[in-house]
Design a protein around this ligand. Structure first.
Ligand code: C2E
Ligand code: MG
Ligand code: MG
Length: 678
């Protein structure tokens, strides 16, 4: 037979309570309180199935009570019926906001009220099933409630609250199927049940997907044994999984604290020290609250920071290892905080990722980069592609493709200039969705890179199914394998495989010459890292690129210098080529404003033969005039200014001059001028 449920009537009208009590006591245990304060006390000591609440009472009225009551997680399942004597809509709305389930009119009609009570209790039972269907453990509500009860009964004893979760549980579900995932959960539940037998007081439950919690008498060795036992159980289940659990511990020092708050503290501990401790046990300490405050500050400030453009783009060049020249860059965010100075992404990106705010920040960065590309194009800088990071949140944003498309349309830039870096772990989740998104992005012309390959559950298999354009591998991946030895072999085979898939690789985090040499040796195409350049502000990057392009020009020039020598040698290939060209061409030396004709080709000599016939004076004047035109044109070319069209009249025809630098030596420059008839 079912034991009777307990009803709590909170009303200061003793007569009304008495009449209700008479009717309800047939089916329920009836407790009553005179006001809100008394009611909260009763709730602390009893398990109550439903509450009937008057609004107007001395000391603490109905609303005051509801405000306190609604703060406690473990009370959420207790239905409250509010008694009103008039229909005050504002009051009613306030009550609903505070979680009230139903209303009755005063004076009470006991029979009617009893029906109402039965209804809400049935409903709450249905909603708050006590056992989880997969593991048959207590659900969150029930676990919280029963833990609260245990702590009340065992006052004076010391307890710890544990939050246990399985690292990478999602991966097990994805790779081996949900059934296999369920097996893991059931195994943990079974082990917890066994462990519970070894303690006199122990509460445990499954709170969420792969999250379990328990409350154990506090002793470090108890916790260590418990975690070890779970770990062993998982090993026995399947040796291949290599599943780890992590356990956050809050040693309870305030027994009046809400259970949900105890949970938060254990969670904080787990998050703070993931993977750092032996057996993955991490204890809560008060500094973590400080971190949480810090986190809160980071979240609170984000909108203002976005509005005021406090987030700035830093650029880290990527280097083409075949040419040792930069080819594009990655845009990395920095927070230029007005009071705190420069904040690194590691201090705020993880927080934003947890809160989904990263979506907004990413989009802000994409826009900044598009703006930048537009400016560079306008300034004639001919930019190489810049890659931006796309966080998981945006990958699952149904408007992602549209947002990116609108951006490149707005700024009128080619999609091939904005490369997208998607982090590896995002690829593991919903592969169908990712593949269809990627294919849409490809159709628009975007290039996609898989970022941080090797940092997570990399699966080489995935690479062949995904339409990727580049693979980014973090050098850190090597560290974990040991650079000398296994790590080298792993990287070599990854790069080889990427080549086989026609997927160029970019290795990032490159810090030493030794690493560069190794990467070149194994045929890696691109590198990025402090060895070449650190992430830098935009203006520095612009200088960097200008410098590196000048450098390229210089190198090209020194190649040309060799050509100049060949030009004098009439038997050389260059010379033969020069003479065989069907346009008039001449080589000039330009030094400190003076122009000297060095050599002309055969077509030149034939075309301008007429000028040779001029008289001495005429010829000199003509030559002097041409020198002036050429000197002006050469100066223009050297000062990097855009060339104006230079036109020259020769033998009564007009020629457009095409000017090329052939070589530079100190202040002497050699130009080749081609005369094209207009
Ligand atoms: P990531 O995308 O893998 O970027 C590479 C990180 O490696 C950058 O850190 C870069 O400064 C760092 N790095 C580059 N070369 C070296 C090196 O030689 N040695 C070492 N030790 N580190 C190197 P950063 O800028 O601190 O960014 C960290 C992570 O934050 C990025 O990793 C990325 O995941 C994220 N992030 C940065 N900016 C954004 C952004 O705008 N949006 C999103 N969603 N994430 C971003
Ligand atoms: Mg990246
Ligand atoms: Mg990376």
């Amino acid at each position: 037979m079912h034991s009777k449920s307990t009803i709590l009537i909170v009303d200061d009208d003793e007569m009304a309570k008495a009449s209700l009590r008479e009717e309800l006591e047939k089916d329920y245990i009836v407790l009553d309180a005179y006001n809100g304060i008394q009611a909260l006390k009763i709730l602390n000591d009893h398990e109550v199935a439903a509450i009937v609440l008057d609004l107007i009472m001395p000391e603490m009225d109905g609303i005051g009570f509801l405000e306190e009551f609604s703060k406690k997680q473990e009370y959420k399942k207790i239905p409250v019926i509010v008694a009103t004597s008039n229909d005050d809509e504002v009051m009613e709305q306030k009550c609903l906001e505070l979680g009230v389930w139903d209303f009755v009119m005063k004076p009470y009609k006991p029979v009617l009220l009893e029906f109402r009570i039965k209804n809400v209790i049935d409903k709450s039972r249905m909603i708050m099933a006590e056992r989880d269907s997969v593991t048959k453990l207590y659900t969150k509500m029930k676990f919280y409630q029963s833990t609260r009860q245990m702590l009340l009964e065992q006052q004076g004893e010391s307890f710890a609250f544990l939050r246990i979760d399985i690292d990478r549980f999602k991966m097990i579900n994805n790779f081996y199927g949900v059934q296999e995932g369920d097996k893991v959960l059931i195994a943990i539940a079974k082990e917890l049940r066994r462990i519970s037998g070894t303690f006199e007081h122990f509460r445990y439950g499954r709170l969420d997907n792969d999250v379990f919690a328990c409350c154990v008498p506090y002793k470090e060795e108890n916790i260590e044994l418990l975690v070890k036992a779970l770990q062993i159980k998982l090993k026995q289940l399947n040796k291949d999984y290599n599943i780890k659990i992590s356990c956050g511990v809050y040693v309870i020092d305030d027994y009046n604290m809400d259970i949900s708050e105890m949970y938060d503290r254990a969670f904080m501990a787990a998050k703070n020290c993931k993977g750092q401790f032996i057996e993955n046990i991490a204890y809560y300490d008060d500094s973590m609250i400080e971190n949480m405050r810090q986190e809160q500050f980071i979240i609170n400030d984000v909108n203002k920071a976005l509005e005021e453009e406090q987030f700035v783009v830093f650029l880290q060049p990527k280097i083409n290892l075949q040419t040792d020249k930069p080819y594009g860059a990655e845009a990395l965010v920095r927070w230029k905080h007005p009071e705190k100075g420069m904040i690194a992404p590691s201090d705020f990106i993880p927080v934003y990722e947890r809160n989904g705010i990263i979506g907004k920040l990413d989009q802000y960065m994409w826009r900044q980069v598009c703006k930048l590309l537009r400016r560079w194009i306008d300034e004639g800088l001919e930019p190489d592609p810049i890659s931006v990071n796309v966080s998981r949140v945006n990958l699952y944003n149904p408007h992602l493709v549209e947002i990116l498309k609108n951006l490149i349309t707005e700024y009128q830039i080619s999609a091939s200039l904005l490369n997208l870096e998607l982090t590896e772990s995002a690829f593991m989740e919903d592969q169908d969705l990712i593949m269809s998104t990627m294919s849409k992005l490809h159709k628009l012309g975007f290039k996609i890179m898989m970022d941080d390959f090797g940092s997570g559950f990399s699966s080489l298999n995935i690479l062949k199914d995904m339409e990727l354009d580049y693979l980014k591998i973090d050098m850190k991946f090597l560290d974990s394998q040991g650079f000398n030895g296994r790590g080298e072999k792993v990287l070599t085979s990854v790069i080889r495989m990427a080549k086989w898939l026609q997927l160029p690789a970019i290795v990032e985090g490159v810090e030493t010459l030794e690493q560069v040499d190794f990467l070149k040796c194994i045929g890696c195409e691109y590198a990025q890292g402090f060895y070449f350049a650190k992430p830098m502000p935009v203006f520095e990057y612009e200088k960097y690129i200008r410098r590196s392009r000048k450098q390229i020009a210089k190198e090209v020039d020194s190649v040309h210098a060799d050509l100049v020598n060949e030009l004098w040698d009439s038997g050389s290939n260059v010379s033969i080529l020069f003479d065989s060209i069907a346009l008039p061409m001449a080589a000039f030396e330009y030094r400190k404003g003076n122009v000297e004709l060095l050599r002309s080709n055969a077509t030149f000599d034939i075309t301008f033969r007429g000028e040779q016939m001029l008289s001495g004076k005429e010829k000199e004047a003509k030559t002097e005039k041409e020198r002036k035109i050429l000197a002006y044109a050469f100066k223009q070319v050297l000062s990097d200014q855009t060339m104006e069209l230079v036109v020259m009249e020769k033998c009564e025809k007009r020629y457009k001059l095409m000017i090329n630098v052939l070589g530079n030596r100190k202040d002497t420059h050699i130009f080749i001028v081609t005369y094209i008839e207009k």
